[in-house]
Design a protein around this ligand. Structure first.
Ligand code: A2P
Length: 346
């Protein structure tokens, strides 16, 4: 084991160009995914500092074959850091992002705290990568379902002019973090042994159930998670007129989110053109031969960078609307991959 987490990676990367990186929330579901993405994409690193709570002191995480110890997050954690990835929840971002920025680090924040702040670019590199240049020390990573949906919606928007979306999400338990996975595992095990199971992380039993409730409710009856879709999409696509009515649903899937999307456009659609647009779009694969049982499924996109879109069909009630189904690994495109792509642009 190395003595501290400031592992010198200069021999593996270009020392002169490598960055000093910190990951806040390194032990969490997104934090661990970040480590794998940084490794896999050979992000040019000089030093890596892994930060979490005092609960994780004494533990370490594998990286490039070595075990890197976890350090306790503090205001002093960011000295010498060039880029800090934050993925430890909104309250930690609120408290420590200003310290990271005043230490000179550029923050890529996975929480929703800064996403609607006009001074903070909210970025999906394939869509509005140029917005990164407008940063003042913080760049926000979008909501996971929104990011996955926009990978399909944005190229269609460029061709047909997007007006409105009606969508339902099918969101994996890991969206709430590692404890979501533990809760589903525990409940499945308990029920298989015909024992009772008590919900702790989710409000109700999640095993063999679906919960039409993610995040807190607004007065308009939508949840915070549901309204993020419209609000964040408007900023990312630079499309303030865009409207979305979304129902967010938690499903007993470990990893990868799915969405059933109905999208309305300005122009008349042709299925062939929509297919062509999606086949050419970056970051998304058209997986669509339904009569042979071929369509996107969450288990097929686990640990994949690409999102999958399928069940593409013209809305039989409108010449201006499309229905489709999209799946993506929310720990990757919805979080860690998008964050590392932002850092690569930096
Ligand atoms: P820890 O494992 O030490 O609790 P997830 O989203 O998967 O639940 O992970 C949350 C991440 O945020 C974990 O890495 C967790 O660290 C970290 N975290 C939670 N609370 C704090 C805190 N007070 N200070 C630093 N990191 C925290």
């Amino acid at each position: 084991m190395v003595k501290n987490s400031e592992i010198d990676l200069g021999n593996r990367n270009t020392l002169m160009t490598g960055k000093n990186i910190a990951i806040v929330g390194a032990t969490g579901a997104v934090g661990k995914a970040l480590l794998r993405v940084i490794e896999r994409r050979q992000f040019p690193l000089k030093q890596l500092r892994l930060l979490a709570s005092s609960r994780s002191v004494g533990t370490s995480l594998p990286f490039y074959g070595e075990m890197i110890p976890i350090e306790v997050l503090s205001k002093e954690s960011f000295k010498g850091i060039d880029i800090a990835f934050f993925s430890a929840g909104g309250s930690i971002s609120e408290k420590f992002v200003p310290d990271a920025v005043s230490s000179g680090a550029i923050v890529v924040d996975n929480s929703s705290v800064f996403r609607m702040d006009p001074r903070v670019p909210l970025v999906i590199p394939e869509i509005n990568g140029d917005d990164i240049q407008l940063h003042n020390g913080i760049i926000a990573n979008p909501n996971c379902s929104t990011a996955i949906a926009l990978m399909a919606l944005y190229p269609l928007h460029q061709e047909f002019g997007l007006l409105r979306v009606i969508a339902s999400t099918y969101q994996a338990v890991s969206g709430i973090g590692a404890r979501g996975i533990e809760e589903l595992e525990t409940q499945v095990q308990a029920l298989a042994e015909q024992k009772s199971c008590k919900p702790e992380v989710f409000l109700h039993q999640i095993a063999f159930n679906v919960l039409p409730h993610i995040d807190s409710f607004f007065e308009n009856g939508y949840t915070r998670e549901e309204m993020k879709f419209q609000n964040e999409s408007q900023r990312i696509m630079h499309l303030p007129s865009f409207k979305a009515s979304v129902t967010c649903v938690r499903v007993p899937v470990y990893r990868a989110h799915s969405l059933a999307i109905h999208a309305e456009f300005k122009k008349t659609l042709s299925l062939a053109k929509a297919q062509e647009v999606l086949m050419a779009a970056p970051g998304i694969d058209l997986i669509d031969d339904p009569s042979k049982g071929i369509y996107p499924m969450p288990i097929k996109v686990e640990e994949l960078d690409q999102c999958h879109v399928g069940r593409l069909r013209l809305d039989h009630t409108s010449s201006h609307a499309l229905s489709f189904w999209v799946c993506g690994d929310q720990l990757l495109k919805g979080a860690a991959l998008n964050a590392v792509q932002i850092a690569e642009l930096l």
